[in-house]
Design a protein around this ligand. Structure first.
Ligand SMILES: [Zn+2]
Length: 69
């Protein structure tokens, strides 16, 4: 099952949405995103848990509605 994490639920105000094929992939991408875009060199265990708690089931939306005229 594909997983999704809205970064804004962990870092208020962030509109990044992370998609992955499983929780591990989402968490890895979110960690990288936090390092790059939230300037976190060390990510506290509590923050990692917070990220994991907000991971939900869901796939990247298909773009079938765009360009449909
Ligand atoms: Zn973010």
């Amino acid at each position: 099952m594909a997983k999704v994490l809205k970064c804004g639920e962990v870092f208020a105000g962030c509109d990044t949405v992370i998609y992955g094929k499983d929780e591990d992939e989402v968490l890895a991408k979110e960690e990288q995103h936090a390092r790059d875009d939230h300037n976190m060199t060390m990510i506290p265990m509590d923050t990692i848990k917070e990220m994991a708690n907000h991971i939900q089931d869901g796939a990247q939306p298909r773009r079938r509605w765009f360009g449909f005229r």
